[in-house]
Design a protein around this ligand. Sequence first.
Ligand code: OOG
Ligand code: NI
Length: 317
Amino acid sequence: NLFSKLGRGCNTVDFQGGVSFLRSVLGSMEAVYLNRNPTAKAILELVHSTDNDHICYDHIAFRTFGVNGHGIDALAKFFLDFGYSQRDELCFPAKKLKAFWFSPPSLPIPEGGSGINGPLPRVFISELLVDQMSSQAQDIIRKYTNISDRACNHAALASALGSLTWEKPLHSEFQRLARESEYAAWTLVNGYALNHVTISVHRLTSQLKNIESFNRFIEENSFKLNSEGGVLKVSPDGLLLQSSTVADSFSFEFSDGVTDSVPCSYIEFAERTVLPQYKDMPEKEIKEYHRREGFEVGNADKIFESTSMDQLTRRTG
Ligand code: OOG
Ligand code: NI
């Protein structure tokens, strides 16, 4: 049994049930994501066929409206109930956003699992600081979060089903929000749907485990990477390297009957370098906890732009 070495005494059996439920919810969130985002699906298939059947997810990410109980806490509750721990806060004053990341419960790493069935991913949840928006934008966001009301208590369920907890907006409301915050407009039409999953590049097995070769490989296969601040985002300590695709779009029918193309999700890639104090360790002995942990405001600030109109309409080459 995969979890038989848990050593949590009489809680072990309950906890195992909890973990398989957690994985099944994550699996539903992932299924919604793969159905709506052909680029993410194609890249995962390409990496599976080129490198390894076992792809590990570094993290998964969500966006929320920080108002009326719809913010970070609405989704975090689910992960905290299944053993996740809240970690650092990240602030993005210019974008009027904040975020927290959550680390997974420490479990024996399942052998042979891929994606959601591999090592449990970190979780990154951000929220729009709605109070800081213009009164017009606030009116729109409050209108829909009021409609949603107590449905925000079931944010994880909404994500797993791929449903909004509010009614579809008017096209003009989407456009009004997009002028002020592309994040706000994205959240209005995507709700609690997965914003991205991130492939753990250093846990691949071929030369693709180096993020620069990985990015080259993705671009050679004609996928467009987010170029904001340069394709490769590097933390000031040089140890956390990230890149991402430009989001796909889907055709959304607004409540007034107007149909327009709106951004959906993207896929991210992360390489966590071995910490300086472990740099001489034999490669075989290196575990995830010997590597750079956490997130980085400077990297994240650019990765948010993966759903921006500037990136979506950018020409490649
Ligand atoms: C999240 C952007 C930040 C990271 O790994 O730092 C991020 C978003 O686009 O909602 O994913
Ligand atoms: Ni991310």
